[in-house]
Ligand binder design. Structure first.
Ligand SMILES: Cc1cc2nc3c(=O)[nH]c(=O)nc-3n(C[C@H](O)[C@H](O)[C@H](O)COP(=O)(O)O)c2cc1C
Length: 157
């Protein structure tokens, strides 16, 4: 097995918590996707802004990743679900970084409506091998799938 990198975007920290749990259990390197311009305003206004961005296919500018993807064979990609797909910041990451030939393991945190998020990641990474994708539901900031399921998944990746 080659080197693994966890790359994630998180707005309210659910995805960040899972990314950090994976990091602790696997010892993989970890790297956050950050937008140049932070989302501001209350939660509902960001939900509305997110809808407009997803509808337009908008890709916000992101800061340069603090890891060199060439050093990794496997990239574990974490995203919150925004309007049934991956967050716009992750769309930017997927369009700007070359993942061809790598193994991609996606996880998507969400409030119960995963939509086509994982399919969309697969379609976007057609030069890579996308495998072991997982849907991680949350009830607000509490994980709503059994902890054992997450642990089993982490052990399998
Ligand atoms: C702009 C926006 C759109 C969202 N759209 C969905 C959605 O389509 N389906 C869903 O289940 N949850 C949706 N949510 C809830 C988040 O996916 C969920 O809270 C997720 O765990 C947040 O991850 P984070 O804390 O890492 O940002 C949305 C949240 C935001 C801010």
């Amino acid at each position: 097995m080659g080197k693994k990198l966890i790359v994630y975007y998180s707005y309210t920290n659910n995805t960040k918590k899972i990314a950090e749990q994976i990091q602790k259990a696997t010892g993989a390197d970890i790297c956050e996707i950050e937008t140049v311009k932070p989302y501001t305003g209350d939660y509902n206004s960001v939900v509305d802004q997110g809808k407009q961005e997803v509808d337009r296919g908008f890709k916000p500018e992101i800061k340069p990743l603090k890891a060199n993807l060439e050093d990794y064979d496997t990239v574990i990609i974490g995203t919150p679900v925004w309007w049934y797909t991956y967050a716009p910041a992750v769309a930017t990451f997927l369009s700007e970084y070359d993942l061809s030939g790598k193994t991609i393991i996606p996880f998507a945190t969400n409030g119960g409506w995963l939509g086509h998020t994982l399919k969309d990641i697969e379609n976007c990474c057609n030069n890579a091998t996308v495998t072991k994708a997982i849907d991680i539901k949350f009830d607000m900031d509490k994980m709503a799938i059994p902890e054992g399921n997450l642990k089993k998944w982490i052990a399998s990746i």
